[in-house]
Design a binder for this molecule. Structure first.
Ligand code: AMP
Length: 143
């Protein structure tokens, strides 16, 4: 299945934030939308960085609550690994495993068009395995 199919099924808005916002604002947004990472974009929706709950925990551990007033462009991960809508779930799984992260922003050219999380990937894999299981069962029963 392609990444764009998953995005279609997921629907909903893409949660983004400006590089000038603070870590505290990012935390508030992560909590409000029940998400684990937020993509930092410029005014044209070009990806500038990403901040995940792991970064928040690390920054709080290193700097204490002072970290909360840091502008995102001073604390975000800048080298963001992205994918395109034409790519497939196994390709994204491989990228997540290799990079040890759980979120991959989806881009069309320079524009952010969605985000795939490890939760989306697992959901797809479980559904696929259930489908295969049902097909095998059917095949055996009809033999
Ligand atoms: P995560 O597992 O997604 O919570 O992220 C773990 C670490 O990887 C954090 O430092 C994130 O900022 C970083 N990270 C998350 N997603 C990506 C990505 N697609 N490309 C590069 N770094 C990422």
């Amino acid at each position: 299945m392609s990444v764009s199919r998953i995005l279609q099924q997921k629907g909903g808005d893409i949660v983004t934030i400006s590089p000038r916002a603070t870590l505290s604002e990012a935390v508030e947004r992560l909590a409000r939308h029940h998400i684990g990472a937020i993509v930092i974009v410029d005014e044209h929706m070009a990806v500038e960085g990403i901040i995940s709950e792991r970064d928040v925990v690390r920054l709080l551990g290193e700097r204490g609550t002072e970290a909360l007033s840091a502008p995102l462009d001073t604390v975000m991960t800048r080298a963001v690994v992205t994918c395109t809508g034409e790519e497939t779930v196994p390709m994204i799984m491989e990228r997540m495993t290799r990079g040890r992260f759980r979120h991959v922003p989806v881009v069309n050219g320079d524009r952010l068009v969605g985000i795939i999380s490890i939760g989306d990937v697992v959901k797809y894999r479980v559904e696929e395995m259930e489908r295969e299981h049902a097909e095998l069962r059917e095949y055996i029963m009809s033999a």
